[in-house]
Design a protein around this ligand. Structure first.
Ligand SMILES: Cc1cc2nc3c(=O)[nH]c(=O)nc-3n(C[C@H](O)[C@H](O)[C@H](O)COP(=O)(O)OP(=O)(O)OC[C@H]3O[C@@H](n4cnc5c(N)ncnc54)[C@H](O)[C@@H]3O)c2cc1C
Length: 440
């Protein structure tokens, strides 16, 4: 892990009572946002992180595969984080580690608990970058006693890659999200036997490259349209029963298979950490569980911006960085306008907004609104709702087709990013729609 240089404020444990921009979370989203806020003229920037180091989830992702877009290199998670930590440390940005934000008010008063006790910090603008957490056994009503040996995949990853414990010898993984796939390979490399990856959907919820590199390369079987119908064992897991399920998720009689194992890893979904957003009254989107944002990444609560996994769960960190730049830059601009008393003017300037709408085949689209004056650089992010082959995505506004992107295959686990330019948006009157077009 990186050699950490403490900032002056950390050394003296002395922080300001007011900051231009406060970023909550020191993962890649928070680091990117803090950096960009500073570069865009924010007078003072503070990044608050509850862990004892910066970098967020990247610190435990010791596999390669990060930074292909951003650095045109295949880096490990800690290497990617290290680059951004260095950029941040070269700027005049205050960092508060080992400190948890426990409240955020609508008018951007940030309450934080850390080594120096409880502090209230007033922010001109706030960037939410708290990431997400894993769904647990309770959330999916896993049947059986509650024996030891059931871990969420991310927790097992942290125990192995940061704390140095191997969590089991014979493993079944429930859910084929990326963390589960990565852990299938990781456990195999540590000498464990991964007997099966079990997925209730008819398709994997992980990236295709992870299916190939983490399962196929190691002959680990993937059971699609299957559930774990029971976990066996009272004190420690002794095995699982899996069943094939039909299209209404009912178990099909006679399809049961037993696997003996001492460990079950769950990779059954991630939930954006939006408790603070709710406390601040930030309206959330029911599908993404993240905030509703416009193209500057501003939420519906004035001066509160959001980016990264707290906004919607990302599969590629480079997109997190792209989004965080927009949030950081606009948080800085908001703070400057606030200081000059020109907030109203800025709002008026940005007043022509076009809504975005997910149509046929699209599960969700972000941002929810595009400011015609400020479409900004992150473009449209979307996910499809099923697998589509040889289809295209059409971005339109009424009868006007703005963009089309043809793809050999679209799958729900791979986020699609379509850039938009200011010129694309001139004179548009209707909502921007995204839909999957087949057979055309
Ligand atoms: C197992 C796994 C494998 C992955 N593999 C790849 C890959 O191969 N390639 C790739 O490009 N991407 C990969 N990703 C995706 C990428 O790493 C994530 O999308 C990215 O790390 C999300 O960044 P973030 O800053 O939004 O969240 P995080 O990295 O989770 O950071 C959020 C930070 O906020 C802090 N925080 C939360 N609440 C508070 C609070 N109240 N007060 C203070 N601090 C708080 C947390 O401690 C955390 O440090 C992977 C992700 C996982 C989980």
């Amino acid at each position: 892990m990186q050699e950490y240089k403490k900032s002056q404020s950390e050394k003296s444990n002395h922080y300001k009572e007011r900051y231009s921009v406060v970023v909550i979370g020191g993962g890649p989203a928070g680091l990117g946002a803090g950096l960009e806020a500073k570069k865009n003229g924010a007078e003072s920037v503070l990044i608050i992180e509850r862990d004892i180091v910066l970098g967020g989830i990247l610190n435990q992702c010791i596999h390669a595969g990060f930074g292909l877009h951003e650095f045109k290199q295949e880096l490990t998670g800690p290497e990617y984080a290290e680059r951004f930590i260095e950029f941040v440390q070269n700027e005049d940005i205050d960092i508060m580690l080992n400190s948890t934000v426990i409240n955020l008010s609508k008018d951007r008063l940030v309450t934080v608990v850390g080594p120096s006790g409880l502090n209230n910090i007033q922010a001109d603008a706030v960037v939410l970058a708290m990431g997400c957490r894993e769904r647990t056994a309770g959330a999916i009503a896993l049947k059986g006693y509650r024996p030891s040996g059931v871990f969420s995949a991310g927790m097992a990853q942290r125990l192995m890659n940061i704390d140095g414990y191997c969590v089991g010898k014979e493993v079944v993984i429930y859910g084929s999200g990326d963390i589960g796939l990565i852990m299938a390979r990781r456990m195999t490399l540590e000498g464990a036997k991964v007997k099966a990856v079990v997925e209730i959907m008819p398709f994997s919820s992980g990236l295709r490259r992870n299916i190939a590199q983490c399962l196929e390369d190691y002959d680990i079987p993937l059971y699609l349209s299957h559930n774990i119908s029971e976990v066996h064992g009272k004190d420690r897991v002794t095995g699982v029963t899996i069943s094939q399920i039909d299209s209404s998720f009912k178990e099909i009689e006679g399809t049961q298979k037993e696997f003996s194992c001492d460990t079950v890893l769950l990779s059954v979904g991630l939930i954006p950490e939006n408790e603070l957003s709710l406390k601040a009254g930030v309206p959330l989107n029911k599908i993404t569980n993240g905030a509703i944002v416009d193209s500057t990444m501003q939420t519906e609560s004035e001066g509160i911006f959001a980016c990264g996994n707290v906004l919607h769960v990302h599969d590629i960190v480079d997109f997190v960085t792209r989004e965080s730049r927009v949030a950081g830059k606009n948080a800085a601009l908001f703070s400057q306008a606030l200081q000059k008393g020109e907030q109203q003017k800025q709002r008026q300037k940005e007043s022509s907004q076009i809504k975005t709408q997910a149509k046929k085949g699209i599960r969700y689209i972000l941002p929810n609104k595009i400011l015609q004056e400020n479409p900004d650089g992150a473009g449209l992010f979307m996910r499809v709702d099923a697998i589509y082959k040889n289809a295209k995505i059409r971005i339109a506004s009424g009868e006007t087709i703005l963009k089309e992107k043809r793809m050999k295959q679209m799958i729900p686990s791979e986020m699609i990013n379509i850039p938009l330019k200011h010129d694309d948006l001139k004179d548009l009157k209707n909502d921007i729609t995204a839909e999957v077009i087949l057979n055309e």
